[in-house]
Design a protein around this ligand. Structure first.
Ligand code: ATP
Length: 264
């Protein structure tokens, strides 16, 4: 098989595969039940559903931070626990180290990976430039706004050039304008870097704006209620939010969420 044929076969194969995944933290307390999905390379999947339905748990399973009670997951062709280096994780809290300036915060995973100082500084600076913070390299987290901290957190998650980016409600604590502009920025980064993403959100608008597909989960136990394709063309920009199709998707997802008892 030639290089192109191999790549085409790779592209068709799911990058993340979930088969009959269930999770219970205590016997009889099923949090997630029988979740199956295939995520091809390039997918940007939003997880949405009522509070406590298991969205973060599903993300942690994909990251290999916890193991399923039943079923199996395959990430990048292997077990999630073996996918270290292929994955970047962004949490709701930016989790920056207060005693390091933002260049060193972004360079931290590279330091842990053993990259020499010059290389990790160069990469950290390139990442910070990509998120529009090259003017702030020497600043400390306490000197940054919430939106800037989240930009640093995203730059840090992407510094190791992961194939997959997992985001657990990263913009939930931000005001709407900052959130909208970070959403646009995130899509721009995705265009540039081509990672596959899975993110948790409570915002229907954010899910529709970002995602290529939305998984609506029901609660107690968490099950897939709907998997909806969002066929809005990328790149999506601020103009997308005034598009009639975008608004039709907002209505569809809101209805789906209401039918499972989500009040977000
Ligand atoms: N480590 C754990 N041990 C025991 N129970 C847990 C653990 N982690 C999560 N749970 C329980 O699993 C359920 C799902 O939690 P999870 O955080 O995945 O939900 P979520 O959909 O992300 O919620 P939210 O939207 O409120 O953030 C909750 O009832 C939670 O209490």
């Amino acid at each position: 098989m030639g290089v192109n044929a191999t790549r085409a076969a790779d592209d068709r194969r799911a990058l993340i595969s979930l088969q009959g995944v269930s999770k219970e933290f205590a016997p009889g307390q099923v949090v997630l039940d029988d979740i199956s999905a295939e995520l091809p390379r390039g997918e940007f999947l939003a997880l949405i559903g009522p509070s406590g339905c298991g969205k973060s748990t599903l993300l942690k399973l994909i990251a290999g931070l916890i193991s399923p009670s039943a079923g199996s997951l395959c990430v990048g062709g292997g077990a999630p626990s073996a996918s270290e280096g292929k994955l970047g994780f962004v949490f709701q809290d930016a989790n920056l180290l207060p005693w390091l300036d933002i260049r060193d915060n972004v360079a931290l995973p590279l330091k842990l990976a053993g990259l020499p100082r010059a290389q990790r500084d160069e990469r950290a600076e390139a990442m910070l430039e990509m998120v529009g913070l090259s003017h702030a390299l020497g600043r400390y987290p306490r000197e940054l706004s919430g939106g800037m901290k989240m930009r640093v957190s995203i730059a840090r998650a992407l510094a190791t050039q992961p194939e997959i980016l997992l985001l657990d409600e990263p913009f939930g604590a931000l005001d709407e304008m900052t959130r909208d502009s970070l959403n646009e920025e995130l899509l721009r980064l995705r265009e540039l870097q081509g990672w596959t993403g899975v993110f948790v959100t409570h915002s229907v608008a954010e899910a529709v704006f970002l995602a290529s597909r939305i998984m609506v989960l029901s609660a107690n136990p968490g099950r897939i209620h709907a998997l909806l394709d969002i066929d809005l063309p990328y790149p999506r920009t601020a103009h997308t939010r005034t598009d009639g199709d975008y608004h039709a998707y907002l209505t569809e997802v809101t209805r789906s969420l209401h039918s499972v008892g989500g009040h977000d």
